[in-house]
Every structure is written in structure tokens, then in C-alpha cells.
Design a protein around this ligand. Structure first.
Ligand SMILES: *Cc1c(COP(=O)(O)O)cnc(C)c1O
Length: 399
């Protein structure tokens, strides 16, 4: 990008392709990789100025790296945030945010249906340092309100939720955070900025596992935090000191991944909606969880704050776990795995894998029924995905 390019005028599709790249003197067209741990200086005086921060520039790749910086600038532009700090994983993004913002005695209020490792981080590790987390139902605003105390510093939500596709009212949570003197962080992993921009809806921070749709092709682990300059300076301090920084190679993969983000997310959504409608009328399916269906209780909220419904959906089959395992085992193409956000469609039985550590009561409270199957719809032909699922489902329907 030329430093005088009109980034303010660009739409999301253009930002995803061109934002953040400052061309070097080599005049390269595509974004380069700088796999270097350190940097050199013309003189002792220049080194002193760079180390002391009087002059901008790179010192050490745990602090800053040009390739990582390109990814950070591009993602910040897409999310509409002032600044982005990249991290070695999505979990490192959440940990760094917590370490930056919270002290002993502070409290988090979080949605109940979070990524499993996020819950472990909050309960098992932050809990050790005197930070407590209360969990509430994602869509119950009264429960959020009732759980906030004068010690609450952070509201944390994943929306839409996984795998039941519940939707949080981001502007309402942002208003609650403001009234309470807390910050609102949204894990935007499932929709990405192509389909939802939490900062424009009032959130203070956006968290990403870049491992998922930002890469989109299952190649690398990484994460990011986006938000205001002053808050991100604290997050940057944690990453630079404690070391969960993103490698230049992974940053380069994510930068190139972002270039196709809009197109991919549109295609993911189309495939998912067609599949959800087909599942919804299938005789072996009791219920489909997807906010793109008109029958979804928060369909109108999803339409209001999202530009698409994403590609992760859940559905419950007849005959409980036995039926679900039959459908999964009858597939020949879909990948049986816990991952998502990939061009390859994945299929998961949450009750015995991603949510396997929950007790029966916890599963029931979280809506993880024995017959629930999660599909993260990829970019293969929709007809092929549907045919692969039909093998097991049709057999189940005629039993
Ligand atoms: C995968 C995931 C994470 C964690 O990201 P990693 O890159 O695996 O560390 C956090 N939140 C959500 C919603 C995820 O799906």
C-alpha cells in the first residue's frame, strides 16, 4: 500500500486485499515475509533511540516484526479498530487481554456457552490469581445485568454461540458495560469482520482465533486482539513481555488468508443456509440450530447485527447418541474432527468430544443433547456435502 492511499474510502473487500502493506524499497507486489528475530542499526546512537522508543522501528521480533505488523494493520482496518495486537493463538489473545486488564479481586461476566479452553482459562488459571468469572445465558440481558458488580471489569461473549447458534445483543451488552465501568470483549471467531463488526456495534475489544476463518484453510495457529489504542497498548505490553507473539510465517499466512475472507464467508454462508433448510425438513432430524432460519428465536436480531449467519450449525437427530454416531460414521467425505473455520466441511459429536468433559446435568443445561451433531460447513459443492450427510440420515429416517 502507498502510504498516501485512500484507505478511508475503501470497503471491506478492498481493505482485506490492500490494507496494511507498506511496500519496501524492493517494490514487491505481494506482501513479503521477514523471518528475522532481530534488526540492525547504522550507529550506536540509532540503536539507542530505537531501544529507548524515541524513534519508531523494530528491535526484536517478540516486540514487533514487519510481517506481523502488516497482518495487524489489515485486521484492525477490517474490524474498524484503532489497533490490533497479534498473538500466537486465539487462547493467547484471550490470556493476554485478561492479564492486561484484570487484577486480583476483579470479576468477569461471560456467556455460558464459550469455547471450552476459554472456560478453563477463566476458572482454573485466572481463578488461581483471585479473578472470578460468573456465567450467564447469552441471550438473557437481565441475567447479565444481575451478575455485574462494582468489581466487574470485563464482559465476555462469543456470538453466535457454538454449537447452538444463540445470538447476543451486542449493542445492549455494550450499553451495560458502559453503565458498569467494564469493557465488552466479543470473540468474533465464528463470523469474522466480513459478517459482523462488534466495534461498530459498541464493543470495546474484538478477540480472534485466526486459526479459524481468518486463515480459512486449516494451516496455522494464531490469534489477535483489536480495539482502542490505550487498551491495546496494555495488551501489547503483555505480549511483548510475556512472549505469546505471532510468528512472521503464520502472520503471512493470515494476511494472505484475509484477501479471500469476504468471498469465502459469502460462500460458507450460502452452503450453510441451503444445508440448514434441507436438514430442517428431513424426517430424521428433530431440530436445527442456525440463526439463518426464520424459525430461529433470534433470527431478527441476527439479521440486524450480522451481515450473514455464518457456517456453523447444529442439528439433533432421532435415536440420540446412537443415531448421531451412525450419521457421522456413514459420511465418506466430511472430516470427523473438532475443528472449524476451514474450506473442508467438518462434523462433530459435541456430547462426546468438544463438550465431553461436562457432566450430564451441565450438558443438559447447555443444550448439548446426545443426538446433537455439529457441522462446520465448508466450501465443497453443497450437493456433495448434502449427499454425504444423506447417507446416514436417510437410513435413520426409514428405520
Ligand atoms: C478455536 C477458538 C478459540 C481458541 O483459538 P486457538 O487459536 O485454538 O487458541 C477461541 N474462541 C473460539 C470461539 C474458538 O473457536
Amino acid at each position: 500500500m502507498h502510504d498516501d492511499s485512500p484507505q478511508d474510502e475503501w470497503s471491506l473487500e478492498t481493505l482485506a486485499i490492500r490494507a496494511g502493506h507498506h511496500r519496501t524499497f524492493e517494490q514487491e507486489h505481494s506482501e513479503p515475509i521477514f523471518p528475522t528475530s532481530s534488526f540492525v542499526y547504522e550507529s550506536a546512537a540509532e540503536a539507542a533511540r530505537k531501544f529507548g522508543g524515541q524513534e519508531p522501528g523494530n528491535v526484536y521480533s517478540r516486540f514487533t516484526n514487519p510481517t506481523v505488523h502488516t497482518f495487524e494493520r489489515r485486521l484492525a482496518a477490517l474490524e474498524g479498530g484503532e489497533r490490533c495486537v497479534a498473538t500466537s493463538s486465539g487462547m493467547a489473545a484471550i490470556l493476554s487481554t485478561a492479564l492486561a486488564l484484570l487484577s486480583a479481586g476483579d470479576e468477569i461476566v461471560a456467556s455460558r456457552s464459550l469455547f471450552g479452553s476459554t472456560v478453563s482459562l477463566f476458572d482454573k488459571y485466572l481463578g488461581k490469581f483471585g479473578i472470578t468469572t460468573r456465567y450467564v445465558e447469552l441471550s438473557n440481558l437481565d441475567a447479565w445485568e444481575a451478575s455485574v458488580t462494582p468489581n466487574t471489569r470485563l464482559l465476555f461473549a462469543e456470538t453466535p454461540s457454538n454449537p447452538l447458534s444463540e445470538v447476543a445483543d451486542i449493542p445492549a451488552l455494550a450499553a451495560l458495560a458502559k453503565r458498569s465501568g467494564a469493557l465488552l470483549a466479543i470473540d468474533n471467531c465464528f463470523l469474522t469482520p466480513a459478517l459482523q463488526q462488534p466495534i461498530a456495534l459498541g464493543a470495546d475489544l474484538v478477540i480472534h482465533s485466526a486459526t479459524k476463518y481468518l486463515d480459512g484453510q486449516g494451516r496455522a495457529i494464531g490469534g489477535a486482539v483489536v480495539g482502542r489504542h490505550d487498551v491495546l497498548e496494555e495488551v501489547f505490553g503483555v505480549v511483548r513481555t510475556c512472549g505469546p507473539c505471532l510468528s512472521p510465517f503464520n502472520a503471512w499466512i493470515f494476511t494472505k488468508g484475509l484477501e479471500t475472507l469476504s468471498l469465502r464467508m459469502k460462500a460458507h454462508c450460502e452452503n450453510a443456509l441451503t444445508l440448514a433448510r434441507w436438514l430442517d425438513q428431513h424426517p430424521a432430524v428433530n431440530k436445527v440450530y442456525y440463526s439463518g432460519l426464520e424459525s430461529h428465536p433470534q433470527h431478527s436480531l441476527a439479521k440486524r447485527q450480522q451481515q450473514g449467519f455464518g457456517a456453523v450449525l447444529g442439528f439433533e437427530v432421532k435415536s440420540g447418541q446412537e443415531g448421531a454416531w451412525r450419521v457421522i460414521d456413514a459420511t465418506q467425505m466430511l472430516s470427523i474432527t473438532g475443528n472449524l473455520g476451514d474450506v473442508k466441511t467438518t462434523i462433530t459429536h459435541p456430547a462426546t468430544t468438544t463438550h465431553g468433559r461436562l457432566s450430564e446435568e451441565q450438558k443438559e443445561a447447555a443444550g448439548i443433547a446426545p443426538g446433537l451433531i455439529r457441522v462446520a460447513v465448508g466450501l465443497e459443492s453443497q450437493a456433495d456435502i448434502q449427499r454425504d450427510l444423506a447417507r446416514g440420515l436417510d437410513a435413520l429416517a426409514t428405520r
